[in-house]
Design a protein around this ligand. Structure first.
Ligand SMILES: [Zn+2]
Length: 242
């Protein structure tokens, strides 16, 4: 990132800018990265998501125009820009714009220290390269210690969805998910396996139909202890990882 100080803008000047530029200004000012799979919720103020949606809609309308589609008389595409803008901001890329879901942590009172596996969790994401869907499954292995926090099973799925609802790269997505869980649960070991189908491989390019990709992250005792790693992976194979 460049060290050039951003040009100072007053609140009144910022207010006159489109929401995306206002938010970008705050991000640069805070020296905050804003890649496709980064969460920028902290820099978005009330009402700005509605503004972003309108901005995205207007620009998608221009894309349709440049594709020479007559959205005035074509009833199928008449509202497409609006629908896609809503889908991007409120659904498929929502994980960029909203804060991490609240997760209640419980102290590990019964001192559980056995391998716990959560999954398969259904994953829906999009690839950063083509904005094509990625659909797959995630398994999470946790080895808690007496100081770990426990979180409800459904919370693993919610945190996973928050990380995946962004334009992603599978290798980075699993690391982001591991980081989000590591900080909350503080286990001795954390393992994540993601298996996903990348639709950009079906729809375009090589049109290869055998495109599932598998990635894993192993941390703590899963790295050090080969027997634990084997136990985790063998339990997964019973749960049918390809
Ligand atoms: Zn792609």
């Amino acid at each position: 990132m460049s060290d050039t100080p951003p040009i100072f803008r007053s609140e009144a000047e910022l207010a006159a800018l489109p929401a995306s530029e206002r938010i970008r200004y705050r991000l640069i000012d805070a020296k905050c990265r804003y890649h496709a799979n980064d969460n920028i919720a902290e820099h978005i103020r009330d009402g700005e998501l509605t503004e972003l949606r309108a901005e995205v809609q207007a620009k998608l309308q221009q894309v349709l125009q440049s594709l020479v589609i007559d959205t005035d008389s074509d009833h199928n595409t008449h509202e497409t820009a609006k629908r896609v803008a809503k889908m991007y901001i409120e659904e498929v890329f929502r994980g960029r714009y909203v804060a991490m879901p609240a997760v209640t942590e419980f102290p590990n009172v019964s001192r559980l220290n056995e391998l716990m596996i959560v999954g398969p969790i259904t994953v829906r994401s999009a690839c950063s390269h083509h904005l094509c869907p990625i659909a797959g499954r995630v398994w999470i292995g946790v080895l808690p210690n007496e100081h770990s926090n426990l979180i409800g099973l459904s919370k693993y799925a919610r945190v996973c969805d928050w990380v995946m609802s962004r334009p992603q790269i599978q290798e980075e997505a699993v690391v982001m998910l591991a980081d989000a869980l590591q900080g909350r649960v503080k286990p001795d070991g954390l393992a994540i396996v993601m298996e996903a189908d990348h639709f950009c491989m079906h729809w375009r390019g090589v049109k290869d139909d055998d495109t599932a990709m598998t990635n894993s992250v192993m941390r703590g005792s899963f790295l050090k202890d080969a027997a634990l790693r084997r136990e985790f992976l063998s339990l997964l194979s019973k749960k049918q990882v390809k």
